[in-house]
Design a protein around this ligand. Structure first.
Ligand code: SAH
Ligand code: SF4
Length: 350
């Protein structure tokens, strides 16, 4: 079945779920090895760096797993002003970054008008940099205006492809709407990132198979996969975290099933294990997202406990990651790093 997946074949949900529940030892090594080869074929040894700016931890949603959920009254909230965000971009640009990812909770203070002005300024000042948004669900009109203002990419994980699990975890959001928003982003023209958490309470091998099959159907440009990590001020505080091993398997399967996607070695992977990100790079991941947020707010963007890199300067993160990339056998590429899917779409349009 691994060979079948590696050669672009399709598999049934049942067979994929069986495979997922039997991955260990030699089979697991074979999977990671095939994923590594698929990544080399698609992107070589390049690892793309994106400067992440966590610009607001204020959120109107109430996702059960997340430390930023509106129900968490103990969190000290912050919001960076547009000028402060531009300062982060300036620092990042000087460090060589050519992609900025602006991420936040669903914070309505940042209206479409305000975001349009911000995006316009970023693109004016740094015209050769790509801009990625990760600000949650908005309507078509808003997404369209943000794209027209110059946003190139959008990260919106589908979180889980299981409808019952999605409903249990998202009291303020709709499963069908999440998928509809992802399709809307694609229609509008963004390079789109979907993805999911591994090891959510109650998640089964069949659910994970559905996550992978959904990605294969959606064909996103980017795929973010990380372990679920409990946060002490959420209802899931006592649940078991997702494991590095299972997450690596999902990264590797995602690489085989959507070979030309950009796949980050996530901060959650680095939090779950000191070498989690390096191991993700060796199992098919090819992107890192070092933090560019001001030091004063880092510790407040706590999606889960023990999040790493909250005490490092941006420059330190940049060089720490470069070392890690090299030690894992890859090289840093500071270019925009557009997805191959996007590049082939652009060629077709010409
Ligand atoms: N509000 C936006 C972006 C910020 S949250 C959004 O929800 O799209 C970014 C991602 O963090 C989420 O998509 C989720 O997958 C991840 N996340 C949140 N809480 C987490 C936790 N406890 N463990 C692991 N990942 C988590
Ligand atoms: Fe808000 Fe995103 Fe956290 Fe959900 S995952 S509570 S939308 S920040």
């Amino acid at each position: 079945m691994l060979e079948q997946l590696a050669s672009g074949g399709s598999v049934s949900q049942q067979n994929l779920a069986d495979l997922i529940s039997h991955l260990e030892g030699g089979l697991r090594r074979r999977l990671h090895d095939l994923a590594h080869k698929a990544r080399i074929t698609a992107y070589g040894t390049a690892v793309y760096l994106r400067g992440l700016i966590e610009f607001s931890n204020i959120c109107k949603q109430n996702c059960l797993y997340c430390g930023l959920r509106s129900g968490n009254r103990t969190l000290s909230r912050y919001r960076l002003l547009p000028e402060e965000i531009l300062d982060c971009c300036r620092e990042g640009y000087a460090l060589g970054y050519r992609t900025f990812v602006l991420q936040s909770g669903e914070d309505d203070w940042y209206t479409t008008d305000k975001l349009v002005r911000l995006i316009t300024s970023v693109k004016q000042q740094f015209p050769d940099a790509a801009l990625t948004l990760s600000v949650g669900e908005r309507d078509d009109e808003s997404y369209t205006r943000l794209y027209a203002a110059g946003a190139d990419r959008f990260l919106l994980r589908h979180e889980t492809a299981s409808a019952p699990l999605y409903r249990a975890l998202h009291p303020t959001m709709e499963y069908a709407e999440r998928r509809d928003r992802l399709r809307a982003l694609q229609r509008i023209g963004y390079q789109v990132g979907a993805g999911f958490m591994v090891g959510l309470p109650g998640q089964t091998a069949a659910d994970l198979a559905d996550d992978l099959l959904y990605l294969q159907e959606l064909q996103p440009d980017m795929i973010g996969i990380g372990p679920f990590l409990p946060h002490r001020d959420t209802p899931l505080r006592d649940e078991q975290p997702g494991t590095v091993e299972n997450t690596l398997d999902m990264i590797a399967l995602a690489r085989l099933m959507v070979p030309d996607a950009l796949i980050p070695a996530t901060t959650a992977m680095g939090t779950a294990h000191p070498n989690g990100r390096e191991r993700a790079l060796q199992a098919g991941a090819n992107v890192l997202m070092p933090n560019l947020s001001p030091m004063s707010v880092r510790a407040k963007y706590m999606l889960y406990n023990n999040k790493i890199c909250t005490g490092d300067e941006s420059a330190q993160c940049r060089f720490c990651l470069e070392q890690r990339v090299k030690s894992a056998g890859f090289h840093v590429d500071m270019g925009r790093g557009d997805s191959l899917k996007h590049l082939s779409r652009s060629l077709q349009e010409q």
